[in-house]
Ligand binder design. Structure first.
Ligand SMILES: Nc1ncnc2c1ncn2[C@@H]1O[C@H](COP(=O)(O)OP(=O)(O)OP(=O)(O)O)[C@@H](O)[C@H]1O
Ligand SMILES: [Mg+2]
Length: 266
């Protein structure tokens, strides 16, 4: 055995890797030379002041920005080793591997059950006719994974929009799971929730750790510290620091990071 090889070499897998990522809205550059390696199976938080590009970065990973005609992207984003901007990439396939949760829960105005099955059926279209018991199994296991099953098992046919905000957000996470995504992008998933709802959704995020790579944007420093293993700090479209969460908060390498976590920016 050689002693000078890094011990983790060959074992670390990156779920998201970016190389020289730049993005412009018209003439305004919102992302500037982003080079990140986000580890698989981990929870990484993304923090930084309002307008620094957190949402823009998330939206680049599953290519939502492109529907705006005036967005230009340069560079490369690999998800599990495949360039998402590659010529042969189908957006539907990409969205299957990369699920996204938004600030405000956005369930469809149909039943809880149909919310879970909708995305799955969309991705399976034409290939399989689902038996009722298979559907039931998908609904139950997805709701169990987000710790919502016990609360809703007797009202699966009720409208999802009648759930509390916490319930709706859990459902929005649950409905991503049947298609077995690799990456879950969460853009301030607790910002519309009260403290109890926030705690419940944080618990669920911890439960999902290991099975999914989770990239979570938050303005809540305490949440980043509690919920994530690695943390990325952005400022004005650039990544300033990326490190192990407790280290980044206790001994930040950069002055800008220290200023932000001590509350000296907005
Ligand atoms: N659709 C858009 N068209 C033009 N400019 C945009 C668009 N979306 C965002 N921007 C600009 O890009 C920059 C980054 O915005 P972004 O929403 O990514 O920031 P953020 O870090 O998510 O902020 P917040 O914490 O407020 O959510 C900002 O200057 C913003 O005004
Ligand atoms: Mg944002």
């Amino acid at each position: 055995m050689t002693t000078n090889a890094p011990p983790t070499k060959g074992l670390v897998r990156y779920a998201i890797e970016t190389h020289g990522l730049n993005l412009w809205y018209g003439t305004f550059q919102a992302l500037n030379d982003i080079n990140l390696k986000i580890k698989a199976g981990m929870i990484t938080s993304l923090i930084g002041p309002s307008g620094c590009g957190k949402t823009t970065f998330l939206r680049s990973v599953n290519r939502i920005n492109e529907r705006l005609g005036y967005v230009r992207t340069e560079g490369r984003i690999d998800v599990i080793g495949n360039n998402v901007y590659g010529e042969d990439v189908e957006i539907v396939q990409l969205r299957k591997r990369v699920g996204m949760v938004f600030q405000r829960p956005n369930p469809l105005p149909v039943s809880i059950r149909d919310n879970i099955l909708y995305g799955y059926k969309l991705h399976m279209r034409g290939r399989e006719h689902l038996r009722r018991d298979v559907e039931d199994e998908i609904v139950e296991s997805s709701l169990r994974q987000v710790l919502l099953w016990d609360a809703v098992k007797d009202r699966l046919n009720k409208k999802a929009t009648e759930l509390s905000l916490e319930g709706q957000q859990k459902l929005c996470i649950a409905r991503l799971l049947p298609v077995k995504p690799d990456v879950l992008l969460m853009d301030e998933p607790c910002s519309a929730l009260d403290p109890k709802g926030t705690e419940a959704v944080e618990e669920l995020i911890r439960e999902l750790r290991g099975n999914y790579t989770i990239l979570i944007v938050t303005h809540n420093m305490a949440q980043a510290r509690r919920a994530s293993e690695e943390c990325i700090f952005m400022l004005l479209g650039r990544v300033i620091e990326h490190g192990v969460t407790p280290e980044l908060f206790l001994t930040p390498a950069r002055q800008e990071t220290a200023d932000y976590i001590e509350g000296r920016y907005g």
